[in-house]
Ligand binder design. Structure first.
Ligand code: OXD
Ligand code: MN
Length: 594
């Protein structure tokens, strides 16, 4: 298989520790994948779905106590605690290895250990990075085969002496109290134990492509970001690319695959998806910033995905997909989730696998009464996506014109604004936040600050991460412009004012027009805000110029309240917050108070 000594020695050690009955190397072939699918169906780990309606698709249910990423059990294990930072959970690496070894000891007895060689990025390309995941879960293997590029060519690319990220995963006993998702950035290692849920166990995704990669990016002068990448094609054939970071469950996949409103489609505008979750960003030879999607598939949230909100995502998961924790329609052996359509199946099992009565559904107790778990997922190949960019497999990535940050804010943030510089844009990213909206009219929920949507994903100190952003800004000759959007402003009754989804295209067009120097803007204390008439609302029912004006207001009082919240947040991060960020905050406060 390989002559890489580091790999073979590590494999020996891990085998000795976990004591699997046998070892299978994953070669990336269809034959092996099909055999593993059949095996998973034999053991009950997967259910084969209706071959006519959902060819090559499977259903999987995780344990009921294991349905989401567990931030409280996710650790960064650096030798010095300060390097991990105050937001991440820290464990001393020596102690952590010792604790985890006890959990892994013999954990694969009676099981097979699968060796998955995978690549983040195009195998053999300059920017690709490689990993080996050892796991005792066929579900993990089958998901990794969709989400990453897997196979013998990865072993060839690693070669005899090449580097790779060493990932060890065991479901062990799925014991919640002993669940650990641990990152050892100084050792290029990830150890995950006692979980079987995607984000905790598909080690190429959040663990490698964000936490470990953000560490590597800082060391090597590039960036790993929680960002979608999309291209906007103009009627003349020009394509401009933007990246966007939103906290989890704020519609990144929807924006990445959005369909422009009909009026724009008729004129010849198109949107192309490069990525929906992660972007690796490097400075290109021409001095622009290039974004590449290191993944090979989508791990999307199912509920709410429908032929209006995201028809492209729906089309993407019709073939070769794995559905996790969705509702099983027993009449035709297909799947269903809340928000798919208004026809819940009458003869179905819920995400737990129990008989489901759709009439008992209660919004206030979604987890207890829904057919699909609110965090149920589809895993689907990128190449299934009808709007996949022709640049998806370009190892260089695509040049980025604009970067967009966003949050879910009921009142504070306007529909869109532009930062005044890279430093100010870094500040805008650092103060990103989302609110949980209360059901009561107009009520505003709790603010969670989620800088650059990276709060759970930066593999080191947040202040150092902002330093890295600032430093990158000094090195990119033609840096993208940085913007902030908020699709979620509400009226006094708590209704969303902006229609969102495909209509967001109108805002993206303004952003790109700004970058091209084609439109003017008003300067406000928070940055540049559009002139209402520059947001194209042609053909948009129910939205007038006045609606746009109200969406663009900057309410000084709520911003000043926010400033106080940001001060506390910065203090909680500690000494490493760059002075430039404190200066930006002070300047914002001064402008707001004027
Ligand atoms: C995801 C997340 O699964 O951000 O992408 O939680
Ligand atoms: Mn994500």
């Amino acid at each position: 298989m390989t002559k890489n000594k580091q790999l073979l020695t590590w494999l020996d050690e891990m085998t000795e520790l976990c004591k699997p009955d046998k070892i299978i190397w994953i070669d990336g072939s269809d034959e092996q994948r099909d055999a593993l699918r059949a095996e998973a169906c034999r053991t009950g780990e997967m259910i084969k779905l209706n071959e006519e309606k959902l060819p090559g698709c499977y259903l999987h249910r995780t344990a009921v106590n294991d349905v989401a990423r567990v931030e409280g059990r996710t650790f960064i294990c650096t030798r010095k605690k300060e390097d991990c930072g105050t937001i991440n959970n820290w464990l001393d690496p020596v102690e952590c290895y010792a604790t985890l070894k006890k959990l892994y000891c013999g954990a694969m007895q009676g099981r097979t250990m699968y060796v998955i060689p995978y690549s983040m990025g195009i195998v053999g390309s300059e920017f690709a990075k490689y990993g080996i995941e050892l796991t005792d879960s066929i579900y993990v293997v089958l998901n990794m085969l969709i989400m990453t590029r897997v196979g013998n060519d990865v072993l060839d690319a690693i070669g005899e002496n090449g580097e790779f990220i060493k990932g060890l995963h065991s479901k062990a006993t799925l014991d919640e109290k002993n669940r650990y998702i641990c990152h050892f950035p100084e050792d290029n290692a990830i150890w995950s134990v006692n979980s079987g849920y995607g984000g905790n166990v598909l080690l190429g995704k959040k663990c490698f492509a964000l936490r470990i990669a953000s560490w590597l990016g800082r060391k090597e002068g590039w960036m790993a970001e929680h960002m979608l990448i999309l291209g906007v094609e103009y009627p003349n054939g020009d394509i401009k690319y933007v990246t966007a970071a939103f906290p989890s469950a704020c519609g990144k996949t929807n924006l990445a695959m959005m369909i422009p409103p009909e009026i724009f489609r008729k004129k010849g505008y198109k949107v192309w998806t490069v990525g929906d979750d992660i972007a690796w960003l490097r400075i290109g030879k021409d001095g622009r910033l290039y974004a590449m999607n290191p993944e090979n598939g989508f791990f999307g949230v199912a509920p709410g995905t429908n032929d209006k909100s995201n028809p492209n995502a729906l089309a993407t998961c019709q073939e070769g997909a794995i559905f996790t924790n969705v509702c099983h329609n027993l009449d035709d052996n297909t799947v269903w989730w809340e928000g798919l359509d208004n026809n819940p199946p009458h003869n179905a099992n819920n995400w737990r696998g129990e008989k489901w009565d759709y009439t008992k559904y209660d919004k206030a107790d979604k987890i207890g009464t829904s057919g699909a778990h609110p965090n149920s997922r589809f895993t689907a190949k990128a190449t299934n996506c009808p709007c996949l960019s022709s640049e998806f497999n370009n190892p260089e990535g695509v040049p980025v014109t604009a970067m967009i940050f966003g949050g879910r804010r009921a009142k504070t943030a306007p529909l869109v604004y532009q930062s005044t510089s890279w430093q100010n844009g870094t500040f805008v990213g650092s103060i990103m936040a989302s609110e949980t909206t209360a059901a009561a009219a107009g009520a505003i929920g709790v603010v969670r600050r989620d800088p650059m949507a990276m709060r759970p994903f930066v593999g080191y100190d947040m202040g150092d991460y902002w330093h890295h952003w600032l430093e990158m800004g000094t090195k990119i000759p033609h840096a993208p412009k940085i913007f902030h959007v908020n699709w979620f402003r509400t009226d006094d009754e708590g209704n969303f004012i902006w229609p969102g989804y495909g209509e967001n295209f109108r805002v993206v067009l303004w952003i790109l027009a700004r970058c091209a120097g084609e439109v003017d803007a008003d300067i406000t204390p928070i940055g540049y805000v559009p002139k209402a008439e520059d947001i194209d609302i042609e053909g948009l029912d129910g939205v007038t110029l006045d609606t746009i004006r109200s969406l663009l207001t900057v309410d000084r009082e709520s911003w000043l309240t926010d400033v106080e919240n940001i001060k506390d947040f910065y203090k909680s991060i500690g000494d490493r917050v760059p002075d430039a960020m404190w200066d930006e905050l002070a300047a914002l406060e001064a402008r707001l108070s004027k």
